[in-house]
Design a protein around this ligand. Structure first.
Ligand code: PRX
Length: 652
């Protein structure tokens, strides 16, 4: 497969960027021409950011799985599509060729049809990182069902919220999941969730850990039994359902600054074109390369850069069930060595955690196959970047620092490996087709920060540097279309802060060459180990505990996780054992949201710093959590300034 839209030099980058600004429709039609369509578009783009209403490739018809599977069969049917490495290094790995993956996706799509699933139905997927997860996702897309994958670290309550919001009718799960030395009882979590979910009619359960599970008559059925049923039906084919360009492909829930996660909606054509385009360009994928992204398919990174981007490009994508530190901290390097990985894409948190184990775990691993390294999900500090560069890339692999979000669907700002310049800890330049700019609090553009007007790259450093809130002023094909069931929430969250702009929620700097450096969220969203967690969500969970009167949650710098969760809690119950109380609160959060949102520190306080109108002054709490005790700003306007002294003195 060749990628005629793969940018190969800095000059090509500059001219592609220019074309994408001057003639965006022509630019994107040029990329979209290289996909399989049932019908081509009438219009490339229709949009306004006030609705918002964004339509890419209107009138076109397609099925994304034909682009991910069928179109590769003739040329590379026997090439590995998915290589799967188990959690257990002793268990045999599996390789699924494009032919085999196509067969299994069709087969499972027929299972879904047998269970009454039709185009437009919502399916919740809660599974370990096994090939069947990718198969389930693609099988939904094959028949036009809308998948909502929920990461295995979320609790029953979180799953129930997501199922109810989407009114899903079927769940796909497994008996359990292996993660390092833990067995996670996925089906039993699902059983707890479903007590609150009358919309669910069927549960399909894959066998993975053989932990005992309760199978409810009429509702629950085994994956393997369902496959047998379709086998006896004879015809393994499953024609791909024709989808309109703007039909929903999936919902993925993500945290924001309110208590309730929102269902980010992506649609078929634009998402397909953009994930493929960005995959091929950022990583500079070459046919035959083995590509390894360590994310979980439960997050957007897994959707876009384990499943849809790589498969639509006919790539070999490696799926790893385990964790980087089990059985020891050399596991990731073992996987790279074993499969001769060429491109490795991981999170700064993983790098920082492996750094802490020392170089013994890297020493005897053959990493010479690596050509490109990538990071995603959070800012990468210089120390981690240097370690990655020196010890993994051996100073010869470009590192792409990819900035993007669940809502953007694909990478928007990143260097293109060995094509555009890299700069340590900077996401660097926008991809052609992406028009970022920085604005101040009032929405006034920061001079020199608008890539489309000021030019994306200034080799001589003659651009103007500045800092502000990161916005995008023109749609790209995989932009969020709506938040499921509540379009106004989408407008308010992303398009109302600054008129006519998509607001990312991130702050950024731009240097004189045009490189963007993302500095982190400017809203009440935390980034813990690259996972997005809303402070309001954690507060709601803490407040569920019987003894809690009120709480306030802020982030603080954490050596490994990037940010840790610091909770200030007013507790009314019996306070004789503060350690036990903290443990109970942590347990409550794990129950309500999931283990990923457990607070790292809980400080019991008698009051919270509030303004006279009752608003919690998080700025002060954030400073205290960060340890900046002498720099709290003006506290005289607080309702009860004395409370600040107490909180400071008892800081954990
Ligand atoms: O704050 C930014 C941070 O992660 C947020 C998006 O989180 P999520 O939707 O979960 O998607 C994560 C994977 C794409 C952003 O608003 N972020 C993401 N990538 C980077 C980053 N911060 C700094 N540098 C990055 N490369």
């Amino acid at each position: 497969m060749s990628y005629p839209y793969q940018i190969k030099s800095l000059e090509e980058y500059q001219s592609a960027y220019k074309q994408s600004v001057e003639d965006p429709e022509g630019f994107w039609a040029g990329v979209a021409d290289h996909f399989t369509w049932h019908r081509k578009w009438d219009k490339v783009l229709d949009w306004n950011f006030t609705g918002p209403e964004v339509k890419w490739f209107s009138g076109a018809q397609l099925n994304i799985t034909e682009n991910c599977l069928d179109r590769h069969l003739a040329e590379r049917g026997d090439q590995p599509a998915i290589i799967w490495e188990s959690n257990d290094p002793e268990e045999d790995h599996r390789v699924l060729s494009y032919k085999e993956l196509h067969f299994k996706v069709c087969q499972f799509a027929n299972v879904l049809k047998n269970n009454g699933i039709k185009k437009g139905d919502r399916i919740c997927i809660y599974m370990p990182m096994v090939p069947e997860l990718a198969i389930a996702v693609l099988a939904c897309a094959r028949i036009g069902a809308i998948h909502s994958v929920v990461f295995g670290g979320f609790s029953a309550q979180s799953i129930a919220d997501r199922i109810q919001d989407a009114q899903a009718s079927l769940v796909i799960t497994s008996d359990g999941a292996y993660r390092g030395n833990k067995d996670i009882p996925l089906k039993s979590v699902i059983d707890d969730a479903l007590v609150q979910c009358p919309s669910i009619k069927k549960v399909i359960v894959l066998t993975r850990t053989r932990v005992p599970v309760s199978m409810i008559k009429g509702r629950d059925t085994w994956w393997e039994d369902e496959i047998k049923k379709v086998e006896t039906q004879g015809n393994p084919a499953c024609p791909a359902v024709t989808m309109d360009a703007e039909d929903m492909l999936f919902i993925l829930y993500t945290s924001g600054s309110t208590g309730k996660p929102k269902g980010v909606v992506h649609t078929c054509a634009g998402y397909m074109v953009y994930t493929n385009y960005s995959f091929v360009n950022v990583f500079q994928y070459q046919p035959g390369d083995v590509y390894f992204c360590t994310a979980d398919i439960g997050w957007i990174t897994g959707h876009s850069y384990i499943v849809y981007g790589p498969l639509s490009a006919g790539a070999t994508t490696l799926l790893f069930e385990g964790i980087p530190t089990w059985p020891d901290a050399g596991r990731m390097w073992d996987v790279v060595d074993k499969f001769k990985v060429n491109i490795l894409y991981t999170a700064p948190t993983a790098i920082r955690s492996l750094m802490g184990f020392g170089l013994d775990y890297v020493k005897n691993k053959d990493l010479s196959s690596l050509r490109v390294l990538g990071t995603v999900g959070e800012p990468i500090n210089e120390e981690a970047w240097n370690w990655y560069n020196e010890n993994i890339g051996k100073g010869r692999c470009p590192i792409v620092d990819t900035w993007w979000q669940t809502e953007t669907g694909g990478i928007l700002i990143s260097n293109l490996a060995a094509v555009t310049p890299q700069k340590r800890s900077h996401a660097t330049l926008p991809l052609p087709g992406v028009q970022p700019l920085l604005v101040d609090e009032k929405g006034e553009p920061i001079p020199g920060s608008d890539a489309a007007i000021d030019g994306p790259y200034h080799a001589k450093g003659d651009g103007t540097a500045g800092s502000g809130n990161l916005c995008i002023k023109f749609p790209w094909p995989s932009i969020i279309r709506t938040t499921y069931g509540d379009h106004d929430r989408c407008r308010q969250t992303y398009f109302a802060t600054y008129p006519s702009l998509y607001f990312t929620g991130d702050g950024a700097l731009r240097d004189e060459e045009g490189n963007y450096r993302i500095t982190g969220r400017v809203d009440d969203v935390l980034n813990v180990s690259g996972h997005r967690i809303g402070t309001a969500e954690v507060e709601n969970a803490i407040n569920m505990h019987t003894g809690v009167v009120e709480s306030a949650v802020v982030g603080y710098p954490h050596d490994i996780k990037g940010q840790g969760i610091y909770a200030f809690v007013i507790f009314n119950g019996n306070k004789t054992d503060e350690i036990l109380i903290s443990k109970d609160i942590v347990q409550t959060v794990a129950r309500i949201i999931g283990p990923i949102a457990k607070p790292d520190k809980i400080q019991l306080v008698s009051g919270l710093p509030k303004t006279r109108s009752g608003k919690i002054m998080r700025r002060i709490l954030r400073k205290i959590a960060e340890g900046e005790l002498n720099n709290l700003g003006d506290t005289s306007t607080l309702l009860d300034p004395a409370v600040v002294e107490e909180i400071k003195n008892n800081r954990l």
